[in-house]
Design a protein around this ligand. Structure first.
Ligand code: SF4
Length: 339
């Protein structure tokens, strides 16, 4: 699938499957996940907690705890190099080098007993093999780049000296230390208030513009996706259920799960009479993967479920950037492209 930017994909994930061994059973937690991201493009991955978003990010970097987890199929190509097949030494260089990650809660990712300067300089030293003094200078420059005021002073501070927004900027600075090709941002603004969220998104966009970084934004918040993403991938129970450009997904969602997610978003209305007393919710809960999934994984919660849904639908391609995993879509004009 070509990137929206029209540039060839830098990151290509093809048929990625992950299994966990639980109570002597193999449980499939990621099923046939495929997507691409082009240079300077942002892909938003959205879904409820437990749908496999973070697992996808960990699988890209081969960071799934093993055992019990295992990548059982698929390829992850970064500029054509398959990260699933490269030796351990190479994947260690890629982590934090070509692909970096920003996590949700910086306080649990930053080490409280080291200054932020130490922590950023350590990343730079490890990946670039430069001297301590040069790495320290780069750490100051990076803090300046993410708009931390007085970086020469702040570089000596500890994480608890900084606000939540400043800590997240430090995490972004650390992630950018080696000028990554791909930035995986896992709920990067969830713990922040809305004004700081907006500042962090501005910062990510600015960095992307300057460096052409590919961003994979993982979130449960459609508002965050609308702010940042060029394309959107919707996940449910370890499956990709819909993919399209931001306009396609927000303007004409085709999968009943995507439709439910969008309906449950609060909206700003001009007329108070249009205020909904209660936001519609998607009934039920995500399925227990331990029990195994038969047919469409969304069927127990789907308002449009029909007898045919006892069989698992395949992907129906509806356009260059668009595919949906639902029998309703395959009844239209799309082409079915596998399971
Ligand atoms: Fe609903 Fe059936 Fe579509 Fe699944 S395949 S989302 S159950 S209509």
């Amino acid at each position: 699938m070509p990137a929206v930017t029209g540039k060839p994909p830098v990151l290509e994930v093809d048929g990625l499957c992950v299994d966990f061994a639980v109570r002597r059973k193999q449980v499939r937690v990621l099923s046939d996940i495929s997507f691409t991201v082009g240079r300077g493009e942002t892909l938003g991955i959205i879904g409820e907690s437990g749908c496999g978003k973070s697992m996808t990010a960990l699988a890209l970097l081969r960071m799934i705890p093993s055992p019990p987890g295992r990548i059982t199929a698929g390829r992850v190509l970064l500029d054509g190099e398959d990260l699933i097949q490269v030796p351990e030494k190479r994947i260690r260089a890629i982590r934090g080098g070509e692909i970096s990650m920003v996590f949700q809660e910086p306080m649990t990712s930053l080490n409280p007993v080291y200054t932020i300067g130490n922590q950023i300089a350590e990343t730079i030293r490890r990946h670039k093999g430069i001297s301590g003094a040069a790495a320290w200078k780069e750490a100051v420059d990076l803090l300046d780049m993410v708009h931390i005021p007085a970086p020469e002073r702040r570089v000596h501070e500890y994480p608890h000296h900084l606000s939540g927004g400043m800590r997240q900027r430090v995490m972004i600075a650390m992630a950018l230390a080696c000028e990554p090709t791909v930035l995986l941002a896992d709920e990067p603004t969830t713990a922040l208030d809305v004004t700081v969220q907006a500042q962090i998104f501005d910062l990510l966009r600015e960095i992307q513009e300057v460096h052409g970084t590919c961003i994979v934004l993982i979130t449960h918040d459609f508002g965050a996706v609308s702010e940042m993403a060029d394309r959107v991938l919707v996940m449910y129970a370890g499956h990709k259920v819909e993919e399209g450009t931001l306009d396609e997904i927000s303007g004409e969602p085709r999968h009943p799960y995507t439709q439910g997610l969008l309906r449950s978003m609060p909206e700003i209305v001009d007329d108070p009479a249009d205020i909904r007393e209660r936001l519609p919710e998607i009934p039920g809960t995500v399925p227990d993967l331990l029990r195994g999934l038969e047919g469409c994984p969304f069927a127990p919660r789907c308002p449009s479920a029909m007898p045919k849904c006892r069989d698992r639908p395949g992907y129906t391609r509806l356009g260059d950037h668009r595919s949906v995993k639902c029998w309703l879509a395959s009844e239209g004009t799309g082409d079915r492209v596998g399971s």
